[in-house]
Design a protein around this ligand. Sequence first.
Ligand code: ADP
Ligand code: MG
Length: 632
Amino acid sequence: MPDIIHLLPDNIANQIAAGEVIQRPASAVKELLENAVDAGASRIKLIIQDAGKSLVQVIDDGKGMSETDARMCFERHATSKISGIDDLFRIRTMGFRGEALASIAAVAQVELKTKRTGDTLGTYIEVENSAVKKQEPCSCPEGTNFSMKNLFFNIPARRNFLKSNASEMRHIVDEFIRVALAFPEIFFSLTSNGEEIFHLEKGTVKHRILQILGNNYASRLVQVVEKTDYLDISGFAGKPETGKKTRGDQFLFVNNRYIRSAYLNHAIMNAYQDMLPDGSFPMFVLFIDLDPSQVDINVHPTKQEIKFEDEKIIYAFVNAAVKHALAQSSIAPSLDFDLDPAIQQLDAVSKPFTEARINEAAAGNLFKTFTQKYQAHRVEPGGNFRDLQHFVLKPGEPYQPGLGSDGGQYPDDTHSNTISDNYLFAKKASSRLSVHDNVQPIQVLNSYILFASDDGFIIADQQAAHERIIFEQISATSSSGTAVTQQLLFPATLEFNPADAAIFSEITVDLLGLGYKIEPFGKMTFILQGIPADLPAGQENTMIENILEQYKNFNPEIKCTKREKLLRTIATARSIKSGTPLEISEMQGLLISLAKCQNPGTSPAGQAIYAECNAGMIARLLGIRKSGTNGL
Ligand code: ADP
Ligand code: MG
């Protein structure tokens, strides 16, 4: 038998590797724009033909490349931005992996003209299939002019995978906007098929936001500025009335890099709590800046997902900063504003950013103290109750950090539930909840259900409760294989982009087990023939989109199987949301079903569902020192 293993030729290997970085014209747009930014350009022009399928060209006035560098830049792992692994944690540039140009050169025809400041002649290079076709000196302006032509000309299968021009152009505009928002000090333009769509003169962040997202935001922005020695947060958040039905106008940047983070999105949305109607997404453009050693940007090929050394700190700060901003412009209820002193008191927040403290931070000390303090702050039960504790503390009574349980939204907060005297509310440790059949609940803030218990009162989060109920119901049906399907009269067509289609086909098998009847129809289209019998018909498409959206944004920190992840996702997608008014009978039904759950205490995402305030706590809340009277 002959041996069968052989090495792939370089150009094939490069084509395969390119798949990670260059998926569509917009990926090249992102990489080329970032290279121009890294080169220190002050003017960057993007030129597109045919939604980038025939041309993506970026012209910058940055520092340019030498003749040798111009040739080198197409090699895989060729970069001027890092030299060792340690540099990864000092990164201030957008690029560093040295893969973009090699990838582009593997899957397109490339022309590069570049000249360094001060050189008399520049270099012209043509590359195709990872091989240099032509190289000669040329006269050209200082800076770099990079053209990528006929993307995937040599991989027809991938070229066929590209979507309609409208859709590819949308992706390009998205990438363009992300870079342009982060660098308002740079001029950007975007020309598509000869027509200039964006012409963005240099200006302030606000100026840039209005240029891009529209002047109608002008009087509806709230400035966010919080400077601490751990991180700075700046930018703008839209007033609640800017809420839209989609997340379109939400931008979060970490060290000027656009990132996606369901977790931090939650921090921001949470700051708007109760100010937004359900299903409404406020506009925001927020910049988080922190020491690069506190973030790992090398966890994703296109760097859109990053890892923070301590995500919880960032969560708290982002949440507080947005709340603070909204409160100052007196949009948020003033109660929330009372919250701020607790965060403001933290050393990390109040002390100035000095050299010594930077070093301390780097050494991890400050970081640690801050982490502990911060956890102390957030151990108070969540939601709108967390500041009640401050009311209970008598003047002079110390604020005691470091005790207690989580009030967090995510299940990685698994500190034990210590109940100290300072604690107003204790999460019920017992896994049993008893609810009388004739319970008389009232709804608070359209989000919480309050009812009397044998020993005081209980306050429950309606959304978390409903998620738990649905989760247990669908887990039972799916594991017993008893899901009942209702056939749709008019089957719905579900169309996805390639990425979403891949994710969706990953979950169809499990959806079948839950009563959905789905058939693939070509690569990116599915036909929905039936839905679970207990779902109201008529909103199938939205429901599926919701499920997919939630599934994609699922907090990666939650470790669970794919099936469980799907069940949780569906529970969230189908649940009654916070902010929804409920009838008494609905609340009764909810509480009685919750009491029947195996685990009524925590939502599928690990959040506490209810907390009880017992007689002793009520007494303390009201400052009643002597117990024994009136049964308290
Ligand atoms: P990375 O950006 O990760 O370093 P790239 O493949 O994007 O990798 O680019 C490789 C190198 O080519 C860069 O490190 C940089 O030195 C050089 N380069 C790329 N684009 C430009 C540009 N527009 N101007 C100047 N130098 C550039
Ligand atoms: Mg790059």
